[in-house]
Design a protein around this ligand. Structure first.
Ligand code: FES
Length: 165
């Protein structure tokens, strides 16, 4: 898991994200994505800071913390909880499911001793499900960080996990 970011670092990351994407409603998701990428997740302080920097009634720009939380918890790519050093995202939708996804999911949970959304005690792995990532033709599909694995078999799982420190 990333060490908890200090408040000054969070403010700087938020400020850079806002400078890059602007203070418009359309920028909220890119800003949250940028923060998630920089910090590994979106801490509560970052949500507060985004609101503090963007919410501006004088400019008719209204942003509520609840709105930011809704966005941050709706998208699979974003997380409001600290995650492990490596995040495994497993596609849980039907096209992957029918070509063996269930067996892969069961094996991942067993090998890592994790349920969906959990992180190993050594903070190495976080296991989460994700919606279709558009690679249905090579299902079952999983992502480890930014690496995509398709046509995954149960036998390959330990080999794939072994590639990560
Ligand atoms: S259903 Fe798994 S990638 Fe589309």
């Amino acid at each position: 898991m990333h060490a908890p970011p200090v408040v000054s670092a969070i403010k700087e990351v938020v400020q850079q994200a806002i400078e890059k994407h602007g203070k418009t409603p359309d920028a909220l998701i890119p800003i949250l994505s940028e923060i998630n990428h920089a910090l590994g997740y979106i801490p509560a302080e970052a949500i507060r800071e985004v609101k503090r920097q963007i919410h501006n009634p004088a400019e008719r720009m209204y942003v509520a913390e609840s709105q930011l939380y809704s966005l941050a918890t709706f998208y699979d790519m974003l997380s409001t909880k600290a995650r492990g050093r490596h995040v495994i995202k497993f596609c849980e939708n039907a096209p992957c499911h029918v070509v063996g996804g269930k067996a892969i999911w069961d094996a991942l949970r067993k090998d890592l001793n994790l349920e969906n959304g959990e992180t190993t005690p050594d903070n190495k792995w976080t296991l989460v499900t994700t919606s279709c990532i558009g690679l249905c033709s090579v299902g079952p599909v999983l992502l480890v960080d930014d690496d995509m694995y398709g046509n995954v078999t149960v036998e390959q799982i330990l080999d794939i996990l072994g590639r990560y420190e």
